[in-house]
Every structure is written in structure tokens, then in C-alpha cells.
Design a protein around this ligand. Structure first.
Ligand code: NA7
Length: 534
């Protein structure tokens, strides 16, 4: 292709989400020539693409945001405990402008291929419009929930009304008022959109494949006193987050649910139901997400809550998960979600009992009926973790494709590198996260930055992990959930939401403190498992 423009950079970063922006910031501090390529027409990643009504954090805004600059902490005030998408998108834009990062970012630049050249030890990264950038390093910050998927219902193209995927939401306003709407999917996104638009639609049908254990978000405004306190205590909060397994401010209780009296247990569950955010997951008895007996006690409590809140007993039963316990999947946080089903114009269809047959020009046909609608919203999730890698043609040493290398499931060292792909680093890659993602990825971005600095100081041209190091980490990542309830879960964390995808654990379950010490250990050992060449 004659039209290819080749430019030279030290580093090409892919993705301007919260992790890629931070990585870019750290690299510019080193004085490197960096280009960040972003598919969207704006920065923000998840908080750019998921613009559907009701989209918001389910972790505290201030535990999710950046900590690297006191000036930024002083300047920015989150309005709510759990900020909405527009606020987070504004925040990330402010960061990009404040730290002069925008000039390094190329928008509307979807990466299609990344190919390593053995002769020069450089990468060629190609975008959709044919632009090609050559760089010594490539760093992916492509997100773990960023490759949207649609259900394989026949006839999707036939539908004449509006269709939207929550993760590809248009910038123009979508008007739900007076419309007949179908929502497919009841994960975090489905729950957020259902509860938000239910009050204004003409009617709504919710197609649910698997119910989830949703708990109340209990959001609140952040008072000026609390904002001031957060500023003063930011350093301490950051330390606390980094010292907790999920990167959250919560602490699990010392006692086990099975050891206390039924009254005490109920009192704790009730208290957690009224508490904000992920308290039910992270501030609960130590055994509720580990031990089957304790888990069942909590499941019963939550099932009773659903029965209390949903008036129609049949609908309530359909909304109660039967195939998994609380915590085996990331629970959606809700604001009056269950009450939406008390509206006469909202219907729940369980696709297990009443499967979708096809989409027609005017609606959705299920085995038991036809739902005529003006709009279909797909809240059907993502090909998690590896999806965004597989949508790029990535080729390493000897032209080997990453897709082939990961055919049996992803394999990495520290979740950051993979054997046969020299000078490719991943931030938010497979086998590297759980919980509060930005806290994990900042640790990774710092590690990658230190590794690149080390290479430049030592005059190394190439960094490659050994297959043994990769085997070791892949085994270790799996061992972190061995024997837990997570091991038998079915969810995007295992890739089981995508038909035909091999079931492999895509995350790291060892917790942030252990993860940090593994990373520190490798760095302090002079990068054991990494082979450097000049
Ligand atoms: P999720 O959590 O993956 O939810 C997707 C939903 O879509 C879930 O209820 C799926 O059912 C459902 N789905 C997917 N495919 C189909 C088909 N073919 N038919 C019916 N229903 C289907 O994605 P979200 O965007 O909601 O949330 C992602 C993460 O964002 C979340 O975990 C938080 O970390 C924030 P399933 O449960 O697979 O049976």
C-alpha cells in the first residue's frame, strides 16, 4: 500500500480509557515519543462508549479515579458516591487536557493490525484508514469489557425500529418517551437501563436469560465536608485501596456467617442491604462467597428481598437466580430495579422457558408470543478480556498470531507479557485483574514504565518472556480461584457467555496485595522470566 504513512515512535499505546490515559501520562513523564491510538471520537473508553441512560459506577467514584496528582485531587470534586457516565467522561477529558496529553492522542483510529518485525525489533501498528506507525514498544490498554456482542437471534437485520447496544450508544439523544421497548440482557447494563427508562416508556419487555443477584446501590451526594475530607485523606485512601484484595475501601468481617446466631446473621445482612455499593460483596462475613453453606444462607435472604419487593409471585420467582450463588458473578447494583416489574406496562420474559425464535420487522417472536416494539436495546455484554485482542490481527515473533498462541485460552506472564511477542505489554490484559480495575492497571502501568526505563538505561532493544515464566503465571492465576465458589462459576470471567468460547478463567483472583508483591518481586529480581537482548 503506497499510501501508508510510516512514523516513528518509541511507544504506541492502544486505547484511551482510564488505563491507557494513565499509561500515556507515565510514559510522557519519561520523555518518550508516544502515540496513543483510540477507536472512539473521544477519550474515556468504557466511559465514552457506554452512554446509555442510567450508566454509572458501581464502585465509589473516588476509589475509581486517579491518585497520581494532588493538584488533580484538589481541583476535581465528584458529585456523587457513584458518579454517572457523563461526569466520568468529563473527568477523563479534564485529565487529558490538564496534563497536556491530548496532543499525543489520535482519535477515530481503530487499530486493525499490530505486527512485529524480527529484523528491526519494532512493531508496525495499522489503523482502519491504512495509517501505519512504527514503534519500539506497543502497549495495549484495550479494556476487559470493550468488545460488544449481540445475541445470535435470527432476523436482527429485519427489524425496522431503532436498535441500540448499550456499549455502542449513539451521541444523539435516544428518546424513550412513549415508546414500546425491548431490553435484552439483565447484567449490570441491562439493570441500569431498565430501572432508568421504565418510568417513561409506553411499555417494556425485558428478556432475561439468567437472573442476577442485584443489591441496592444506595447512592448519595458527596457533601462539601466529605469532599474536603477525601482530599485530605487521599494518600491514605489510596494505600487502603492498594492493600485490599479487590482494590476497594471495604473490609470483610472477621466472623463467619455459619458461626453466628440466625438473629445476628440477619441483622448483618439487613445492615448490608441498606449500605452503599458493593458492601454486600466486600464487607460481608468472610465465608459468604467462599463456602456453599454460608452462600446459601445469603441467597435465601436475598431471594426473600426479591419476593418482598416484586408483587407478582411468578415474576419474583423468575427474578431469583437458581443456577448460581451470590458473588459467583459480579452482582449488578440497582436503584428500584425490582419495583420496575410492578408496573403494569413492564413484562419479564425468561428466555429459558420462553426462548426467542426470531426478530421480525416489528418486534420479537418468542415461542409463546410476539412482542411488538419500537426499539430493541441489546444489553448483552461483551466478549470479555480477550475479545478486544482477538479483534486485532496481532502477530509476534515468526509471524505467530496471538489468536493462535491463545487458542487454548490466554497465557501471560504477570498478565502483562506473553511469550513470542517481544516488546508487547498489556495493561488490563488477561490474568491480571478483578474488582476495581483502575487500581490494578495503575500498578501494571507503573511496572511497564519501570521496565521500559530499565531497558533504555541498559541499552536493551528487546524484552521477551520465557515460555516457562508464562506457564508459571498461567498456573498461578488459575490456582488463585481453585477450590472457591468462583471455580464453578459461569460468567464472562470464564468466557462462557460467548457461545463456542473455550471455558478458561480470564482474570486473576489472588487479590491486589499479592499481585503487587508478585510484580515487585519480578522487578526487584532484575525481571526474572524476562529475557532482554541488545
Ligand atoms: P453482562 O454482565 O455480560 O450482561 C449481559 C447480559 O446479556 C446477561 O444478562 C446475559 O445473560 C445476557 N445475554 C447475553 N447473550 C444473550 C442471549 N443470547 N440471549 C439472552 N440474553 C443474553 O454485561 P453488562 O454490560 O451488563 O455488564 C458488564 C460489566 O460491566 C459488569 O459485570 C460490571 O463489571 C460492569 P447471561 O447472564 O449470560 O445468561
Amino acid at each position: 500500500n503506497d499510501h501508508i504513512a510510516e512514523a516513528d515512535y518509541d511507544v504506541v499505546v492502544v486505547g484511551a480509557g482510564i488505563s491507557g490515559i494513565y499509561q500515556l501520562y507515565r510514559l510522557t513523564e519519561l520523555g518518550l515519543r508516544v502515540r496513543l491510538l483510540e477507536a472512539g471520537s473521544g477519550v474515556g473508553g468504557t466511559w465514552y462508549w457506554n452512554r446509555y441512560p442510567g450508566c454509572r459506577f458501581d464502585l465509589e467514584s473516588y476509589s475509581y479515579g486517579y491518585f497520581f496528582s494532588q493538584e488533580l485531587l484538589d481541583e476535581w470534586t465528584w458529585s456523587e458516591e457513584y458518579a454517572s457516565q457523563p461526569e466520568t467522561e468529563r473527568y477523563l477529558n479534564l485529565v487529558v487536557d490538564k496534563f497536556g496529553l491530548r496532543e499525543n492522542i489520535q482519535l477515530n483510529a481503530r487499530v486493525t493490525a499490530m505486527v512485529f518485525d524480527d529484523a528491526t525489533s519494532t512493531w508496525a501498528t495499522t489503523t482502519e484508514d491504512g495509517t501505519r506507525l512504527r514503534s519500539t514498544y506497543v502497549i495495549t490498554a484495550v479494556g476487559i469489557l470493550s468488545a460488544p456482542i449481540y445475541p445470535p437471534f435470527p432476523g436482527r437485520e429485519d427489524f425496522r425500529g431503532e436498535t441500540h447496544h448499550t456499549a455502542l450508544w449513539p451521541h444523539s439523544e435516544v428518546d424513550f418517551r412513549g415508546k414500546r421497548v425491548a431490553v435484552v440482557g439483565t447484567g449490570s447494563s441491562g439493570v441500569q437501563i431498565v430501572q432508568t427508562v421504565a418510568p417513561v416508556v409506553k411499555s417494556m419487555v425485558v428478556l432475561q436469560r439468567t437472573p442476577n443477584w442485584c443489591t441496592p446501590l444506595n447512592n448519595g451526594k458527596i457533601s462539601s465536608e466529605k469532599a474536603a475530607e477525601l482530599r485530605r485523606g487521599a494518600g491514605e485512601l489510596h494505600e487502603r485501596l492498594l492493600s485490599s484484595p479487590g482494590g476497594t475501601q471495604y473490609q470483610a468481617r472477621g466472623e463467619r456467617a455459619v458461626d453466628v446466631s440466625p438473629e445476628q446473621r440477619l441483622a448483618v445482612f439487613e445492615e448490608l442491604y441498606e449500605a452503599p455499593g458493593m458492601s454486600m460483596v466486600h464487607a460481608n462475613f468472610s465465608d459468604v462467597t467462599r463456602d456453599k453453606e454460608a452462600n446459601d444462607l445469603l441467597n435465601q435472604f436475598l431471594a426473600d428481598k426479591i419476593r418482598e419487593r416484586v408483587k407478582d409471585p411468578e415474576t419474583a420467582e423468575r427474578l431469583i437466580p437458581k443456577d448460581h450463588g451470590f458473588g459467583q458473578k459480579r452482582p449488578p447494583l440497582e436503584i428500584d430495579y425490582y419495583e420496575a416489574f410492578n408496573q403494569d406496562n413492564v413484562r419479564l420474559v425468561a428466555t429459558g422457558e420462553d426462548p426467542v425464535e426470531r426478530i421480525t420487522e416489528t418486534g420479537i417472536r418468542t415461542s409463546e408470543g410476539f412482542h411488538e416494539v419500537d426499539m430493541i436495546v441489546f444489553a448483552t455484554g461483551f466478549e470479555a478480556v480477550t475479545g478486544s485482542f482477538h479483534r486485532i490481527d496481532i502477530r509476534g515473533h515468526d509471524g505467530v498470531q496471538l489468536r493462535e498462541h491463545w487458542a487454548g485460552g490466554p497465557r501471560t506472564h504477570l498478565g502483562i507479557q506473553t511469550a513470542g511477542f517481544p516488546n508487547l505489554f498489556m495493561v488490563g490484559g488477561p490474568q491480571s485483574t478483578t474488582g476495581n480495575i483502575p487500581r490494578y492497571t495503575e500498578v501494571q502501568a507503573d511496572w511497564v514504565t519501570a521496565c521500559i526505563r530499565h531497558m533504555r538505561e541498559q541499552g536493551f532493544a528487546r524484552a521477551e518472556v520465557t515460555p516457562e515464566a508464562e506457564d508459571g503465571w498461567s498456573d498461578l492465576a488459575y490456582s488463585t480461584i481453585k477450590g472457591t465458589l468462583q471455580e464453578s462459576a459461569s460468567s464472562w470471567a470464564w468466557g462462557t457467555n460467548v457461545p463456542g468460547k473455550r471455558r478458561t478463567f480470564l482474570l486473576y483472583g489472588g487479590g491486589l496485595p499479592r499481585y503487587r508483591s508478585e510484580l515487585d518481586g519480578v522487578r526487584d529480581s532484575g525481571y526474572q522470566g524476562v529475557v532482554f537482548t541488545r
